[in-house]
Write a protein that binds this ligand. Structure first.
Ligand SMILES: Nc1ncnc2c1ncn2[C@@H]1O[C@H](COP(=O)(O)OP(=O)(O)OP(=O)(O)O)[C@@H](O)[C@H]1O
Length: 227
């Protein structure tokens, strides 16, 4: 699903956030990305979503070298990816329904189809009864679930999450991780950046560990996780 081949990323100003990162996430796999603050986790996810471009090396998504994707085609590229952020980035003046509908409206899905799809996504995250509420009326965990519903409403084959449990207590964090695992069980590929090592250990999925922009451990390449 995702391949990194000797990927380097130097930001303007000279900071080298990634220094020769290589790994492969097979389709249908779920894995975690961990490492200290500043290790390069967010940068790695941004390269996949084309929010940033690599300085050197290749990023392959679904068999396609994404350096070939022109800027004007980035919106199409992003439809393959559901992105979830720590701060969920919801529109606070819109209802839960409207927030989840947004990617469908952008993709040009018909008005008839939108309510069906939005309710299916809200049902999956257990928030069907909250569609008319505003995000501010929801708990932090519920807001994160709205963010997940918005990310999956287009049925992307890949979910990328950047510290999705960063603001949540341990119990809610475990619920959110289990939700990702449920999407993975029906075939969605999932890559989650998190520094919650205790929670990651409980999930029993391969872990890629970054340190100062380098991969210091890649369990995706270790025999213990081979099928
Ligand atoms: N737009 C940018 N311009 C310049 N430097 C940046 C930019 N974004 C990130 N960096 C630097 O690149 C390095 C890696 O940052 P990144 O956000 O990828 O790390 P991270 O592992 O996600 O950290 P955190 O857990 O704190 O989010 C950091 O030193 C950061 O300061």
């Amino acid at each position: 699903m995702i391949e990194f081949h000797q990927v380097f990323k130097r930001y303007e100003g000279g900071h080298e956030a990634l220094k020769g990162v290589s790994f492969e996430l097979p389709a249908g796999e779920m894995a975690f990305l961990t490492g200290h603050s500043g290790a390069g986790k967010s940068t790695l996810l941004k390269l996949i979503a084309l929010m940033e471009r690599p300085t050197r090396g290749q990023v392959i998504l679904d068999g396609q070298n994404i350096s070939k994707v022109k800027d004007r085609h980035i919106p199409y590229h992003r439809r393959k990816i559901g992105m979830i952020f720590q701060d969920h980035r919801l529109l606070f003046d819109r209802t839960v329904f409207d927030n989840v509908a947004l990617p469908l409206i952008i993709a040009g899905v018909s008005d008839r189809e939108i309510p069906k799809r939005v309710r299916a996504a809200l049902d999956k995250v257990g928030l069907l009864s909250k569609e008319k509420q505003l995000p501010i009326q929801l708990s932090g965990g519920e807001q994160q679930r709205v963010g997940i519903a918005r990310a999956v409403v287009n049925k992307p084959p890949l979910l990328l999450a950047d510290e999705p449990t960063g603001n949540l207590d341990p119990e809610l964090s475990a619920d959110i991780m289990n939700l990702f695992a449920e999407f993975n069980q029906v075939g969605v590929s999932v890559l989650i950046a998190s520094h919650d090592l205790a929670l990651i250990a409980r999930m029993r999925h391969p872990v890629i560990t970054l340190k100062e922009g380098r991969t210091i451990r890649n369990e995706l390449a270790e025999a213990a996780f081979d099928e």
